[in-house]
Design a protein around this ligand. Structure first.
Ligand SMILES: [Zn+2]
Length: 187
């Protein structure tokens, strides 16, 4: 896409630290997510269940276009909190960038419904087969609370403290900015 004059606007404004809060909240949630070790066989089996040939270039599990990335079927983070779902072989499907971005917080089923590919039914069956062999249940907030109460409490405390410090830094930045740009006293 060609660049027009107006695109400069996003740079000409105040950038706060707190406007990145979502990114940090995601990092705190993501760090709790479980993950599988890489196993070519496990990935190949999962891809076959999705109806794909693991030996060739992969296709988007939603629309069938060439895949460019891996989509988490169940998001790791929901509403800023860890969902219990992780970076697992049976939680990652090949995806084109468009589907990966546009699916957003929608479930895989809802996204297929919105997309309505001609072979929607077959794709739903593929997903169901793929997910039916999920080897590990997601763990929940309650699981974490029961198994690691003190650690989780401290973890949440640290997160709150990080956000508090980010806010304090924003307030200081506002003072520094206004003083530095004030007319200079001479003499
Ligand atoms: Zn797609």
């Amino acid at each position: 896409m060609a660049m027009r004059l107006g695109s400069i606007k996003k740079y000409l404004r105040h950038q706060s630290i707190m406007q990145r809060k979502g990114t940090f909240a995601n990092a705190f949630a993501s760090a709790l997510a479980p993950f599988d070790e890489f196993s070519p066989k496990a990935v190949a089996d999962a891809l076959r269940d999705l109806g794909q040939d693991p030996e060739v270039d992969l296709l988007c599990a939603y629309c069938g276009q060439p895949a460019a990335t891996w989509d988490h079927v169940f998001n790791r983070v929901i509403g800023g909190e860890f969902s219990g779902h992780g970076h697992r072989v049976r939680n990652l499907v090949p995806s084109c960038r468009t589907c990966n971005e546009r699916k957003g917080q929608k479930s895989w089923r809802d996204w297929l419904r919105v997309l309505a590919p001609p072979d929607e039914e077959a794709r739903v069956a593929n997903f169901e087969r793929f997910l039916s062999k999920t080897n590990a249940a997601p763990f929940t907030f309650d699981d974490m609370k029961h198994q690691a109460y003190d650690e989780l409490a401290r973890y949440l405390e640290i997160r709150a403290e990080v956000f508090r410090l980010m806010k304090e830094a924003d307030d200081l930045a506002a003072i520094i900015r206004s003083r530095a740009s004030a007319p200079k006293q001479t003499g």
